[in-house]
Design a protein around this ligand. Structure first.
Ligand code: UT7
Length: 323
């Protein structure tokens, strides 16, 4: 008998305020044309004053629970992937636990920046297959607008806020790639690359700090490492790009998304793309794209999906799952 972590429901939340590229033309030396052509981004959502990561996460979680036909009482573990928690502690996850009325089980955050949701899925899968939890709520939520340097045109135009959530549940499979649920995982990090994407502040420096990125360098690593991790995860179970129904990538840059799909031999029609509407929402981008993909009618039961992400650390990885 093989235990699989199967997706039961998805949900997402985007803050009300939509910011088109044209708004940046008034604050930095940029243009809608530059942002669109270099990143594929057309607009993004920004949290309202006082709106927090855990509030957005709780909204997405409620929707995922409703889609799964479950309540907070059914959940054994809750994981929030975020780099922008409301407070230094407690975790955003315990704040969500309180907001959704989950009084049992346990909750914790995972911090792997833009790869955070892939890392959180790997943790949830480990909890489920080891029997420590039967139902896990996995959330990615970020307020990157709070760590933007609004004078730095090379970063402030790229990021957005939002949250997405999945409910995973243990289910028996027969141990083949025809099983529903998480089938394979590949995780990586390389701390030697910590200085090409980071926030120049934190608790021990007594400041919040701003996101700093050597865009070109990160781009180069992303194109190489994302296709590589997806190939590795597929290869572990004897599959390849031609078996994939949907790539649901981290949404940082349309050019990275296209290059990765091409390297994997998957046509762009088989990629869920939301970067034009959300910008880069870091750990929220994959669960947002999964939820939107379901809502659009793209992702259907039985589809083989590959998610892949890379971010600060650098940390990167991919998860193969059957919907
Ligand atoms: O989620 C974590 C992972 N993050 C990523 O995957 C992001 C990876 N990097 C990227 O997506 C791209 O590198 C960017 C979108 C950040 C930049 O695209 P690029 O094609 O690599 O442009 P560049 O950084 O080489 O900049 C080209 C030019 C520069 O001017 P010069 O030096 O050629 O005169 C920049 O100063 O574009 C300039 N530039 C801008 N111009 C107008 C940079 N930002 C802007 C801007 N508007 N907002």
């Amino acid at each position: 008998m093989t235990i699989r972590a199967v997706v039961r429901g998805t949900g997402h939340y985007l803050p009300e305020r939509i910011v088109p590229n044209s708004e940046f033309e008034t604050i930095v030396d940029t243009s809608d044309e530059w942002i669109r052509s270099r990143s594929g981004i057309e607009r993004r959502h920004f949290a309202a004053d006082g709106e927090t990561t855990s509030q957005m996460a709780a909204n997405a979680a409620e929707k995922a629970l409703a889609a799964a036909g479950m309540t907070a009482a059914d959940i054994d573990a809750l994981i929030v992937a975020t780099s922008t928690a409301d407070l230094t502690f407690p975790s955003a996850a315990t704040m969500v636990q309180s907001a959704i009325g989950m009084t049992g089980g346990f909750a914790f955050d995972v911090q792997a920046v833009c790869a955070g949701f892939v890392y959180a899925l790997a943790n949830a899968n480990a909890l489920i297959i080891s029997g420590q939890a039967e139902r896990v709520l996995v959330i990615g939520a970020e307020t990157f607008s709070r760590i933007m340097d609004w004078t730095d045109r090379s970063t402030c135009v790229l990021f957005g806020d939002g949250a997405g959530a999945l409910v995973l549940e243990a289910q028996e499979g027969d141990g083949t790639t025809a099983d529903t649920g998480i089938l394979s995982i590949d995780l990586n990090s390389d701390g030697r690359l910590k200085d090409i994407l980071y926030v120049d502040g934190g608790v021990s420096t007594q400041s919040t700090g701003y996101l700093r990125m050597e865009g070109k360098e990160v781009f180069r690593h992303a194109v190489e490492k994302l296709a590589d991790t997806a190939h590795k995860a597929l290869g572990k179970i004897g599959l390849s790009g031609s078996d994939v129904d949907w790539i649901v990538p981290h949404q940082a840059n349309l050019r990275i998304i296209k290059a990765t799909a091409q390297k994997m031999g998957v046509p762009l029609e088989r990629v869920v793309v939301t970067v034009q509407d959300h910008g880069n929402t870091s750990a929220a981008s994959i669960p947002l794209a999964l939820s939107v993909g379901v809502e659009r009618g793209q992702i259907k039961k039985g589809d083989l999906i590959v998610t892949e992400a890379i971010g600060g650390g650098l940390a990167w990885g991919s998860v193969v799952l059957r919907w």
